[in-house]
Design a protein around this ligand. Structure first.
Ligand code: IFM
Length: 451
């Protein structure tokens, strides 16, 4: 362990009922894209297009979790995790938006039963970006029909699993669904149109709000929430222009989601700068989005530094790459204090209660050593410092209730393919062997109270 970890937390520093586990998502780990009646997803289509994925790969096999789920659940259990956040592949359940697929539902039955048999509490994410292609062909998240299709899907899945699954996350990172998918085109479906992206963000939020009563009707003791990717936003300088640019950026990245979810409506300054790109809002939408959730998830990775950049897109800003700060191999700034800052902000500015860190993790270039173990002191240090950051937020009165490490396994990292490894367990993709990295061994010992 590096000296950075001298102040490593102990599990006993956290409340006894604090939840500890891992998060994954379907397209990133399952593979088996043509099995079990699964239909094509927008990510299958996107990966077929040359140049979209850095290493030319796809999630066709990924971690082969569809076949290796028992081994993966054993690994989870052996870490001492008591909660597991995974996502359902919509294309396995409800490909055409109309007819439920029994084989797909049966797969998640098995998976959930497998978790419960191992003493692991299942946390379902309904949408982690793998939209059925057939729905994209009809307009995707830009059209209201997809909201309705999502509600059918949420209904079917919550009816089926609700006797065993009590924790439901409607959407993972709506900003990414909307903006990476439809503005910068880095993610499926790869569109590049700001107004479409904004409409998608609204439709995703509406689908979240409308799904709440459906899930609660099917699962009366459900806890339902949403997982947001938020970023502390810092101005590149103290100039009035940079400060204003940082505020605009914060508006679209953070306030655009937090404000309406917490009953403040969309931030007016962001609506103003959107102009014609502002979303079409139907009567009742704002109220639906503001429906109270039982918890909120924060996916935290890095802060962003913003400079004024006149003429550069609707936000007239640009992300500045600050030299000399610690970064992961993905070039993301390492800033544990940013995690504390966001947790405090969510609680103090929005009154958020029952906050879970639903993702947090780092990517480094891992190479197994002679004994096969990946020594990843940087990831370990990242983990330790972010757990301390959670502890700091709790000490400041923030009701943080759990932490899900991203991720259990190295997996398909979207546009980066398999170049970025986020797992606390290393995956040898040639043999599909899994082994806990040093960081994973530390987390296991931490969870077992050994450290
Ligand atoms: O891998 C992703 C995940 O799917 C969503 N949150 C961020 C992770 C790392 O980029």
């Amino acid at each position: 362990m590096t000296s950075n970890n001298d102040n490593a937390p102990k599990r006993s520093d956290f409340a006894g009922d604090f939840l500890w586990g891992f998060a994954t998502s379907s397209y990133q780990i399952e593979g088996a894209i043509n099995e079990g009646g699964r239909v094509k997803s927008i990510w299958d289509t996107f990966c077929e297009q040359p140049g979209k994925i850095r290493d030319g790969s796809s999630g066709a096999v990924a971690c082969d979790h569809y076949h290796r789920w028992e081994e993966d659940l054993d690994l989870l259990r052996d870490t001492g995790a008591t909660v597991y956040r995974f996502s359902i592949a919509w294309p396995r359940i409800y490909g055409d938006g109309k007819t439920p697929n029994e084989e797909g539902l049966a797969f998640y039955d098995k998976l959930v039963d497998g978790m419960l048999a191992r003493g692991i509490q299942p946390w379902v994410t309904l949408y982690h970006w793998d939209l059925p292609q057939v729905l994209q062909d009809q307009g995707g998240w830009a059209v209201r029909e997809t909201v309705n299709a999502f509600l059918h899907y949420a209904d079917i899945v919550s009816k089926r699993l609700g006797n065993r699954v009590k924790h439901w996350i409607t959407h993972n990172e709506p900003w990414c669904t909307a903006m990476h998918g439809h503005w910068d085109g880095m993610h499926a479906p790869g569109m590049k149109d700001f107004a479409t992206a904004v409409q998608c963000s609204h439709n995703v939020l509406v689908s979240h709000g409308l799904a709440l009563p459906i899930i609660r009707r099917n699962v009366p003791d459900a806890q339902v929430g949403i997982a947001l990717s938020l970023h502390p936003t810092r101005a590149a300088s103290g100039s009035a222009e940079d400060l204003a640019a940082a505020h605009r950026h914060d508006g679209l990245r953070n306030r655009w989601y937090l404000d309406p979810l917490y009953g403040k409506g969309y931030p007016q300054d962001v609506l103003d700068l959107m102009g014609h790109a502002a979303p079409r809002i139907e009567p009742g939408d704002v109220e639906a989005i503001a429906r109270k959730t039982d918890f909120v998830g924060l996916n935290y990775y890095f802060p962003e530094v913003i400079a004024h950049a006149p003429g550069n897109g609707p936000l007239e800003g640009r992300v500045v790459h600050v030299e000399g700060v610690e970064r992961t191999a993905f070039n993301w700034e390492v800033s544990p204090e940013g995690l504390t800052e966001l947790l405090v902000r969510m609680n103090k500015d929005y009154g958020a209660q029952n906050i879970y860190v639903t993702e947090n993790g780092s990517s480094y270039e891992d190479v197994p050593g002679p004994d096969g173990t990946v020594q990843d002191p940087q990831r370990l240090s990242y983990l330790v410092r972010h757990l301390n950051a959670v502890r700091d937020a709790i000490a400041r009165g923030v009701p943080v209730k759990g932490y899900f490490a991203w991720s259990l396994l190295d997996n398909f990292e979207w546009a980066e393919g398999y170049i970025r490894r986020f797992g606390l367990a290393y995956v040898d993709f040639a043999t599909q062997q899994r082994s806990l990295k040093l960081s994973g061994q530390w987390y296991r010992d931490f969870l077992k109270g050994i450290r």
